[in-house]
Design a binder for this molecule. Sequence first.
Ligand SMILES: Cc1ncc(COP(=O)(O)O)c(C=O)c1O
Length: 412
Amino acid sequence: MTFPIEAVRSQFPSLATTDNGQRRIYFDNAAGTQVPQQTIDRIVDFFERFNSNTGVFNPTSVAVDAMYAEAVAAMADFLGTGDPGEVLLGANMTTLTYQLSRSLAHQFAPGDEIIISRMEHEGNVTPWLQMAEDNDLVVKWLEFDRDSWRVEPASLEPLLTERTRLLALNYASNLTGGVNDVKALTTMAQAAGVIVYVDAVQYASHRLIDVTDLGCDFLACSPYKFYGPHLGVVFGKRARLEALHAYKLRCATDDLPLRFSVGTPAFELIAGLLGTLDYFIWLAEKTGETGERRPQFKAAYAAMGAHEDQLSECLLQGLLSVPGLSLQGAPTLQHRVATFSFTHDRYPASTVAQQLSAAGVYCHWGDNYAFEVARALNLDPHEGVLRLGLAHYNTLDEVDQALEMIKATLAA
Ligand SMILES: Cc1ncc(COP(=O)(O)O)c(C=O)c1O
């Protein structure tokens, strides 16, 4: 199938924005994506017709209740669980992870051990470090391999002991783009009785998650990285969530998934999330998939992934041909997502970022909160990397233009 790039782009109003007559090249997607019209429409529709709190008899409130139930059911299909009670919605990944770390600490005793991979974004590091500090737990670091750019199961094995309670593991790095074999690592950790908490924020932008196949206990992602509003989502196995001490108001419900909903949810954004999921269904239908929601999500992600791979191949080859440029990640498409970071032997990342931004190429620089990754790679702590994150609405033409600007900047 030819990817319907023009139809796709027409769904995203912001892609038509121009600065001095020039279209923006959004290559900052690893930090957050643009949203389709369906998302915007749902948010506007909420404010125009459904703005109400839940739980009472007026029709607006009843509609908001139904919308919330629909959102967690659709997200359950998106994540690959059949149980909407396993889908927690919150402000963002970091807030939910802090909340759950505080709850999980009740199950751990002083001297227990936790393992944190060195591939993590700080959102899957600091909450656990602070939990360990508050509860006298021992922290062990799980290194990633510098050739494969991922955590190898052989590195996990020696860290597992009778006292290990938790593994915090990245699905895809927001700096290197490396993708972990979460299923193999989860199986190994769980065989030792360890709870596995996966950060899938970066992965979810590029590949469809399947929590049932992975078998992990918890998995976090952020809709604003996959064409949705600024929200966080955590999948938790029902038995785990029910057994957790919940930090919630005394009179609030004990029923999942609202058991972990602290205060009034951002209903308008949750409505917007449904719009994003509608968009994937629209895209699936373009590919000919008209069946159930889960196969439609699969079809949409397969189409987006194939298009992104084409762009990635072109960007990767172009970057690798630039003299003095060091790619900080795998030089092939295997086991990686379309997030590319590099350093240059003469130009600091901030200088390159400034030049690209001035030329309309949106990008990010610094450690991008992948603080441990940056340290492990001995990156300049003030400069870090120049990061380009592709999305499925980008084009080959944009990749060519960006490469030209990068080459011109680095040749000057
Ligand atoms: C891999 C990864 N994990 C976690 C986060 C934090 O997500 P949130 O902003 O939803 O807290 C990010 C954000 O950039 C990320 O890329």
